[in-house]
Design a protein around this ligand. Structure first.
Ligand SMILES: [Ca+2]
Length: 381
């Protein structure tokens, strides 16, 4: 299912760019940009039980902090696509008497261009004694669809929500799940990321029939007209220390595009072993440990800007060697022996060392000549 959806997404993106170039329409058709929006692909990540793959599930309690069982994927609260999963939210993990209220936010981040328009839709329902239906405690429970916009540093610059209780959330359990749509929201200046999902805030245990459920989200995006459209994202690279790696981005509308590559979300400039920091291809030469990590590029034109996916740079051939640390009186002599097995033990001298510091470190760079090595230090009077 996931494979089909992702192919479908690519097709729509190409289709949109053709329309922009050919017919000069003022806006592209809306496309669903969520991955695994139906929540049917599940895996174990930060929670005890499986949760939707490609989504972040954050759960906290107001007194006891981070929490690991605020919600999980279950087949019996699935809607629309047969054989899939929905998400079972667990308000009963909160406790109003001790003030330890549960908050859970299930969301997915996607790159977004300034001026693009987004509409979030999804299915939800509660049970009849769901604490989110009450407003007796402070802070009051909230049950929300949310669309947030974040800048390039990850700071939230705009927050939009739909109050599902006010919108008439059904209370007949999973079988009563109904679809809700948020009003369209527009990505403000400095937007780099759109974060969309569902939040259950400040809830607590009642007695039975108290859960909340959500499933089958879509986030329809209408890209700002003429904004950059990335066709080919940079790909992961692995190099030997001292080697070179290149990262390339390709756009369907490259005219007038400005590029800014980042390493670990920090802007790069040309110089040293970095070249092409403001072009479509970044070159990292003479790669060392300092260069490993995530690379991405911000592409900008007069109609907007968007980040590429992140590509990872890894190095191969890192050397590990045993370090023997001698501790003793300065000026004393020790002999380090090694053996290749403990029974029987045959000690072979490795080196003789006079302590000039304590501790004093000795690296055995020849350890690969044996399958295993055991060490001892012998005091030499
Ligand atoms: Ca589902």
């Amino acid at each position: 299912m996931e494979e089909i959806r992702s192919r479908s997404g690519r097709f729509h993106k190409v289709f949109a760019s053709v329309l922009l170039l050919g017919a000069g329409l003022s806006s592209a058709p809306a496309v669903d940009i969520l991955s695994n929006g139906n929540l049917d692909a599940v895996s174990v990540s930060t929670q005890v039980n499986p949760s939707p793959t490609g989504w972040v599930l954050e759960a906290t309690k107001s007194n006891s902090g981070e929490f690991t069982d605020g919600a999980n994927s279950e087949p019996w609260c699935n809607v629309r696509d047969t054989g899939g999963y929905g998400v079972f939210f667990k308000p009963f993990q909160g406790n109003v008497d001790s003030g330890d209220l549960l908050s859970v936010f299930l969301y997915q981040d996607n790159p977004a261009t300034v001026g693009s328009k987004f509409t979030l839709s999804g299915f939800a329902a509660a049970e009849s004694r769901y604490s989110g239906l009450e407003s007796t405690n402070d802070p009051a429970p909230q049950t929300l669809f949310m669309v947030l916009f974040l800048d390039a540093s990850g700071a939230v610059i705009s927050s939009n929500s739909l109050d599902l209780i006010a919108a008439g959330l059904p209370t007949g359990g999973p079988n009563s799940m109904a679809e809700f749509s948020m009003p369209e929201v527009v990505a403000p200046p400095n937007t780099a990321t759109v974060r969309a999902g569902v939040a259950m805030l400040n809830v607590y245990s009642t007695s039975g029939q108290q859960s909340f459920f959500a499933d089958a989200f879509t986030l329809d995006a209408t890209l700002s007209a003429g904004a950059p459209v990335i066709d080919v994202h940079p790909e992961d690279a692995t190099v030997a220390p001292g080697g070179s790696a290149t990262f390339t981005v390709r756009l369907s509308n490259p005219s007038g595009i400005r590029y800014q590559w980042q390493h670990a979300r920090t802007n790069l400039t040309d110089g040293g072993n970095i070249a092409g920091a403001t072009t479509s291809t970044l070159t990292v030469s003479n790669a060392s440990e300092a260069d490993i990590g995530k690379y991405r590029v911000l592409v900008t034109n007069d109609s907007g800007s968007i980040f590429s996916n992140e590509a990872n740079l890894a190095t191969v051939g890192i050397e590990f060697s045993p370090v023997i640390q001698l501790v003793g009186k300065i000026g004393d002599n020790y002999r380090i022996d090694y053996a290749t097995s403990v029974a029987p033990t045959t000690w072979i001298p490795l080196s003789t060392n006079k302590l000039v510091s304590s501790p004093q470190a000795l690296v055995d760079s020849h350890w690969r000549e044996s399958q295993a090595r055991f060490y001892r230090a012998v005091y030499l009077p």
